[in-house]
Design a protein around this ligand. Structure first.
Ligand SMILES: Nc1ncnc2c1ncn2[C@@H]1O[C@H](COP(=O)(O)OP(=O)(O)O)[C@@H](O)[C@H]1O
Ligand SMILES: [Mg+2]
Length: 312
C-alpha cells in the first residue's frame, strides 16, 4: 500500500506550492491514476514516493514504512519506475537494461539471464530477437515495453509510471495500455500512474485522482467519477462525451439480457457498450446477439440507453 499524508512540496523561488497538502491511499494490488492539466503537480507527487523529490511537509509511507527513513538508493531498488520515452540506457543492450536492478542486487548471472527472458516474454517481445538489441533499434512502443520489463525485473511490489505511453503512437498505445493493464492486474502490483490521457486513466486505474493546482479535486473509481463529477470544472475536464466514456467502460456481457435475437449482428460478450452502440448505428439493427452465449443473450438499444442514463 502507498499512503500520502498531508504531503506538500514547494520548489524554491516558485510562488505557488507544486503540491499543497495531499492525502492519498493506494491499496495493495491496485492502480491509481493521477490526472490533470500540465503543471498541476502529478509528477511531483509521484516522485515524492521514491524520494526523487523530498516533501516539505507530510509523510509518505510504502507498505507502512515512512520512506524518509529508508535509504533512497535502497528505496528506489524496491520501487519500479517507468518514464516516458527516455530512461533506457542507450549504449546498453535490452538485456543489460532489463537486468540493471537484479545486477545491482547481486543476483547470479544465470538467474538474471533467465529473468530477462521471462520479462521480455511477459511484455510480448521475443527474447531471442530482442535481448541483444540496443534501444535505438526498437520502435517507440517496443522501447516502452522494455521500460516496463526493466521496472518489473526485480519484482518490486510498487511501480511508479510517469506518462509511460506518452511517446507511443496512438494505435500502438491502445494495445500497450490493454496489455500492460492486464500484466499489472495479474501481478497484483501497487501502481501510481501519471497521465494526461483520460482514456488511459479510465482503462488502467481502479482509482482516478484528478488534480488541480497541487490539490486533489476528486478521487474515485472511473465509473463513479464519470457518473458524479464533483464540480462543473471536473465535468468539463471529463468532457461532453463522458456518456461515451462510461459506455466504453461497461461490457456487453454485463448488460445483455436472456433471449434470442434473430438476424441480429453478433457481438462479443467482452466488447464495450460503446462498440455495441457503434455496431447498432452502423447496421441499423434494434438488437445485437451476444456471440457464443448459451442460453442465448441479446442486447437492445434500450439497454444501452438505460446503462448510459444510470450514470447521469
Ligand atoms: N524541479 C523543479 N523546480 C522548480 N519548479 C518545478 C520543478 N519541477 C516542477 N516544478 C513546478 O511545479 C509545478 C508542478 O509540476 P509537475 O509536478 O511536474 O506537474 P505535472 O506533472 O502535473 O505536469 C509546475 O508549476 C512546475 O513548473
Ligand atoms: Mg509531469
Amino acid at each position: 500500500m502507498i499512503r500520502l499524508e498531508a504531503v506538500s512540496k514547494h520548489y524554491p523561488g516558485i510562488a505557488r506550492a507544486a503540491v499543497a497538502g495531499i492525502d492519498l491511499i493506494v491499496p495493495e494490488g491496485t492502480t491509481c491514476a493521477l490526472i490533470g492539466s500540465s503543471g498541476c503537480g502529478k509528477s511531483t507527487t509521484l516522485r515524492m514516493v521514491n524520494r526523487l523529490v523530498e516533501p516539505d511537509a507530510g509523510r509518505v509511507r510504502v507498505d507502512g514504512r515512512d520512506v524518509s527513513e529508508v535509504d533512497p538508493v535502497t528505496l528506489r531498488r524496491s520501487i519500479g519506475y517507468v518514464l516516458q520515452g527516455i530512461g533506457l540506457f542507450p549504449h546498453r543492450t535490452v538485456a543489460q537494461n532489463i537486468g540493471t536492478v537484479p545486477a545491482l542486487l547481486g543476483w547470479p548471472r544465470a538467474r538474471i539471464a533467465a529473468r530477462v527472458d521471462a520479462m521480455l516474454a511477459l511484455v510480448g517481445l521475443d527474447p531471442g530477437r530482442y535481448r541483444d538489441r540496443r534501444p535505438d533499434a526498437l520502435s517507440g512502443g517496443q522501447r516502452q515495453r522494455v521500460g516496463v520489463a526493466r521496472a518489473l525485473a526485480a519484482d518490486p511490489p510498487v511501480l511508479l509510471m510517469d506518462e509511460p505511453f506518452g511517446a507511443v503512437d496512438p494505435v500502438a498505445r491502445g494495445r500497450l495500455q490493454v496489455e500492460i493493464g492486464a500484466i499489472l492486474r495479474t501481478l497484483r502490483k501497487t501502481v501510481i500512474l501519471v497521465t494526461h490521457d483520460l482514456d488511459e486513466a479510465m482503462r488502467l486505474a481502479d482509482q482516478v485522482v484528478l488534480m488541480r493546482e497541487g490539490r486533489i479535486v476528486q478521487a474515485d473509481a472511473p465509473l463513479r467519477l464519470l457518473a458524479s463529477p464533483a464540480d462543473p470544472d471536473v465535468a468539463g475536464f471529463l468532457g461532453e462525451d463522458r456518456v461515451l466514456r462510461r459506455l466504453a467502460l461497461l461490457t456487453v456481457g454485463a448488460c445483455a439480457s436472456p433471449g434470442q435475437a434473430f438476424d441480429a449482428p453478433p457481438i462479443a460478450a467482452d466488447a464495450s457498450l460503446k462498440d455495441a452502440l457503434a455496431l447498432l448505428l452502423a447496421t441499423g439493427a434494434e438488437h445485437l446477439a451476444v456471440a457464443g452465449s448459451a442460453p442465448p443473450k441479446r442486447l437492445s438499444l434500450d439497454a444501452i440507453r438505460a446503462a448510459a442514463a444510470a450514470g447521469t
